[in-house]
Ligand binder design. Structure first.
Ligand code: KIV
Length: 299
């Protein structure tokens, strides 16, 4: 770790805190909601200071930063660890934590216990749960426990072995099912619903059928808001992006160039320069020059 100064914390946040009510107001005013994932402190600061409304500590961190093949192995402890780091970087955005696979599937008690940990131990302001009608009673129970819940339907990565990573909602039955899912989550008290990988037309239909906001990822521009995975946005994944991803920067190329430049400077003696070195005060330096050279130890 270098001895760099940590940036001073802002005395007060200039923009008002985003809450569940803010998201609802945005929907009613037809002002798009912005959302991104973050998994650590520096990224959270960047995303929050850019004015993004919702920051999701997604279980996509399993792939994006932990190198797993899917979201399935991600544990509660990993999610809590990353949510705490993100919490320290967020002032304004609504902070949502993803409940990982297995953390809400056994019983309402298990789910409420784990959701409570996100709020109490990691400072999340809401939790996200995958599933529709099959999770509506659970969403109601968690909401009853005073914890705000964001739903997630369409392509739900925790169901990969049942559904695959495929666009959902392509038949009339599937569309009816998704609309029923969304309405059940709304009736259960969800504050917003993520719609992942569904046809644009279906995203639009669900959005107009609901009073609560929809946040789309591959669900078209009619959704009330959009979310992307930060690592997709800046190309830090090393994988072929999905159709719905737009890359706004190439951080992989930028970082690779910086690291190659550094290594070549070290090898060529160009780093560190004198200006990047500490120096003895004049007197001590003169004394050192006059003293006998220290003998190199023998190996
Ligand atoms: O885990 C995640 O990043 C997500 C988003 C894709 C919505 O669930």
């Amino acid at each position: 770790m270098s001895l760099i100064q940590l940036p001073a914390r802002e005395a007060s946040s200039p923009a008002p805190k985003v809450t569940a009510q803010t998201l609802l107001d945005r929907k009613q005013a037809h002002q798009p909601i912005t959302a991104l994932t973050a998994y650590d402190y520096p990224t959270a600061r960047i995303v929050d200071q850019a004015g993004v409304d919702v920051i999701l500590v997604g279980d996509s961190l399993g792939m994006a930063v932990l190198g797993y093949d899917s979201t399935l192995p991600v544990t509660m402890e990993e999610m809590l660890h990353h949510t705490r780091a993100v919490r320290r970087g967020v002032r304004r955005a609504l902070l949502v934590a993803d409940m990982p696979f297995g953390s809400y599937h056994a019983s309402n008690e298990q789910a409420i216990g784990n959701a409570t940990r996100f709020i109490k131990e990691a400072g999340a302001e809401a939790v996200k749960i995958e599933g529709g009608r099959n999770r509506a009673a659970l969403v109601a129970a968690i909401t009853q426990a005073e914890i705000a819940v964001v739903g997630h339907i369409g392509l739900t990565p925790q169901s990969v072995h049942r559904l695959g990573y495929r666009v959902q909602g392509k038949t009339a039955d599937a569309i009816d099912g998704l609309i029923a899912d969304a309405q059940a989550l709304e009736a259960a008290g969800a504050i917003a619903i993520v719609l992942e990988c569904i046809p644009r037309e279906v995203g639009g239909q669900i959005t107009s059928a609901l009073a609560i906001p929809t946040i789309g990822i591959g669900a078209g521009p009619e959704c009330d808001g959009q979310i992307l995975v930060f690592h997709d946005l800046v190309n830090l994944t090393g994988a072929q992006p999905a159709k719905f991803v737009r890359r706004y920067a190439d951080a992989s190329a930028l970082f690779a160039e910086a690291v190659q430049h550094y290594a070549s400077d070290v090898r060529g003696g160009a780093f560190p320069a004198d200006a990047e070195s500490y120096h003895l005060p004049g007197e001590a330096s003169a004394e050192l020059l006059q003293s006998e050279p220290i003998k190199r130890s023998q190996r």
